[in-house]
Design a protein around this ligand. Sequence first.
Ligand SMILES: NC(=O)c1ccc[n+]([C@@H]2O[C@H](COP(=O)([O-])OP(=O)(O)OC[C@H]3O[C@@H](n4cnc5c(N)ncnc54)[C@H](OP(=O)(O)O)[C@@H]3O)[C@@H](O)[C@H]2O)c1
Length: 308
Amino acid sequence: MTPDLTPLAIDRDLMFLDRTIGRLSYGCWRFPGTSDESVSEKIDAALSIGANLIDTAAIYGFGGAGFGEAETMLGRFISDRSSVRDEMVLVTKGGILPPLPYDSSADHLTASCEASLKRLQTDRVDVFLVHRPDNLTAHEEVAGALSALVKSGKARAVGVSNYTVEQTRALQSFLDVPLAVTQPEISAWACDALSNGMLDHAQATGSLPMAWSPLAAGALATGVKPSGGGEQRFANLISVLDRVAEENGTTRDCVALAWLLAHPAGIVPIIGTQSPDRIRSSAGAFDVTLNRQDWYAVYEASLGQKMP
Ligand SMILES: NC(=O)c1ccc[n+]([C@@H]2O[C@H](COP(=O)([O-])OP(=O)(O)OC[C@H]3O[C@@H](n4cnc5c(N)ncnc54)[C@H](OP(=O)(O)O)[C@@H]3O)[C@@H](O)[C@H]2O)c1
């Protein structure tokens, strides 16, 4: 039989919470230290490519401008441009509280969401995520807090970030609303979510998998390997991404994003660049034609081994 080398389908948008969202989303982690003017340029650039799912968190800014600063900056934008608020599907997170480091007690999650709403200058977020699993809070208590946030209208939906599949299942077992989002790290370099069951669980439950650091925090764009080992493996991955980019007449970062977009779980990569031009050019990912052979070549290079 002839191998099927037709391009893998990549949808540009999908339905989420009764809204159409772009398959690319935009993240505000790196806002602190940039200007308010640039925030508005970046959000406008994101919306211009359909990236209307906007991701932030209470902790963003800690260690620099201050805890909550990314939300405060986004809140000033929302206040100045209130008509744009309804175009955005807003995701925030709580539960990281330095120096503890984590507190997902019901009291803290509730207070964290309320403080986020104040900073964001809005009366509700679309999704509130538990940022990281907290070993010291029972799933039942976390579930109670999340459920109350939905019932009060402060969050339209809830989800988790950096949870394992088992942790997600345990939390869900105490919840009367579905976990609408899971947000692990996923990139062509950090691709554990492809094999640890997270993307299978997302497909089985219909939760939306948002991929944080989809360019491995920029490493896949710059070609500079993140710390840790794997020099040869990283070099091979860059070389495969470059080969596909050249064949497509595009950039390596667009291929790395397309590789995530082509996965059938409906991964939504959260792009994190502070450059409006780079935000806009990320949309080139939708024009990359990846076939099965290319996709697996990237995966094999990342794993450092051939598929069995
Ligand atoms: N849930 C979690 O625990 C968690 C953790 C981390 C992040 N996140 C979310 O994920 C979002 C994205 O994370 P991320 O910022 O690490 O994403 P990323 O897109 O993997 O990396 C962004 C970094 O790559 C650089 N970059 C991008 N394109 C480039 C290019 N062509 N050439 C050179 N540098 C390039 C950017 O620099 P420039 O700005 O100079 O372009 C920026 O420093 C965050 O904003 C946050 O919302 C969530």
